[in-house]
Design a protein around this ligand. Structure first.
Ligand SMILES: [Fe+2]
Length: 389
């Protein structure tokens, strides 16, 4: 076993030698003749315990103590003083000295104190080793959790992306419709001055709101006439299916109530839960009007796209019936009904797979638009009103 190391700092040769003779059997002893010598030898020796005379020829022991502690706070320092003023002792202990001996001291007492100093040093070493191991384990664990979380979110995104692709393969209209509604809610949310986190939430909800149609038979999805009877009932289960699918996906599960409610009506005559007014999540109120605007502005298998004037009239007639009144007012105040035709014809609302993945991402990065100007007051008021605030 390697010997523990003791640095003895005393400007009296006789004292140094007697201590060396006393300790040399048990420890590796190094002698320093004054403060500067001690400071120079300290980094090479790296002692476990320092026996430090307070009165040195060149500097005060307290200065040496401060220097040593700044190099290694765990080294144990025993002060030796001829005049045990309480103030000096207090200061020394405050600066981290282990203990102090008053001259003249008993050699046995000195030996005993060095032993205790060494024991404490070893205890500190053991504790810091345990702490290091613990911290290392903790860091490793955190890294593993983070990497598992990011793998899970990637799988989630890939799964949803695969489901969306599957839906589009069965029903090309639904895939395009989801992207168009995403485009609409995003622009409508911007018009309303909603903050970036609400926009992200709405965009995600738009992307997945009709995902449940993957569970609806293909002949119903593509029927060239408006649905009725059992076909209509089957089709009306799609918000429930969308919500159930999303509820199983941790990162997107909070969207489940929104997608479930996207066919509810302000007057309580919607489906599947016949929610009315503010019982409908505010995001679903926005989603509902955007969903309807796109449905009317696009060609369907059972009819051609409706002109802008018809859509406007339809929205007015459904104000306070199908839609929240303020939603209708704000949609009509915007230029989105006109813009959606242009965007659709120009294909600017079609997203790349990469963009779709980004929308589904856990921590979407803010873009320049998000960091833009604060919305005008009127838009803020509209936002509060829309959110039922
Ligand atoms: Fe739908």
């Amino acid at each position: 076993m390697t010997h523990r190391k003791v640095l003895v700092v005393d400007d009296e040769r006789g004292v140094r030698e007697s201590i060396r003779i006393l300790l040399k059997g048990q420890y590796d002893v190094t002698l320093a003749v004054n403060g500067r010598d001690a400071i120079a030898k300290f980094p090479q020796v790296r002692p476990d315990v320092v026996l430090l005379d307070l009165r040195l020829g060149d500097m005060h022991g307290i200065e040496v103590l401060q220097h040593i502690k700044s190099q290694d706070p765990n080294v144990e320092v025993i002060l030796v003083t001829a005049y045990a003023s309480l103030e000096t002792a207090r200061k020394a202990l405050h600066l981290g000295a282990f203990d102090y001996l008053t001259k003249p001291y008993d050699l046995h007492e000195l030996q005993q104190m060095v032993r205790l100093g060494i024991e404490r040093r070893e205890k500190t070493r053991r504790e810091s080793r345990i702490l290091e191991t613990y911290q290392h384990d903790l860091t490793t664990l955190r890294q593993e959790v983070e990497s598992a979380k990011s793998r899970i979110s990637k799988h989630v995104r890939d799964t949803i992306f695969a489901l969306l692709t599957g839906l589009e393969m069965r029903d090309a209209y639904s895939g395009q419709h989801s992207m168009a509604v995403l485009w609409l809610v995003d622009h409508f949310a911007q018009f309303l001055g909603l903050p970036p986190e609400d926009r992200t939430r709405l965009k995600r909800a738009a992307l997945v709101h009709d995902l449940g149609k993957i569970g609806i038979p293909e002949d119903i999805l593509n029927k060239p006439e408006p649905l009725s009877g059992n076909d209509l009932l089957a089709m009306q289960t799609h918000p429930i299916l969308s919500a159930e699918l999303i509820a199983t996906v941790g990162a997107l599960s909070d969207l489940a109530p929104i997608v479930r409610a996207h066919h509810e009506r302000w007057d309580g005559q919607g489906y599947p839960d016949k929610l009315a007014g503010e019982q409908i999540p505010w995001e679903a109120q926005i989603l509902a009007i955007c969903d309807a605007v796109h449905a009317m502005s696009g060609d369907r298998c059972y009819r051609a796209r409706l002109p802008e004037s018809t859509i406007r009239r339809e929205l007015i007639s459904q104000r306070g019936r199908q839609f929240k009144p303020e939603c209708v007012d704000m949609m009509l105040a915007s230029t989105l009904i006109r813009e959606i035709y242009q965007a659709e014809d120009a294909g600017t609302m079609v997203l790349t797979p990469q963009q779709i993945r980004q929308v589904l991402d856990d921590t979407p990065e803010l873009d320049d638009e998000d960091l833009g100007e604060m919305p005008p007051l009127a838009q803020q008021v509209a936002r509060l009103s829309l959110r039922g605030g």
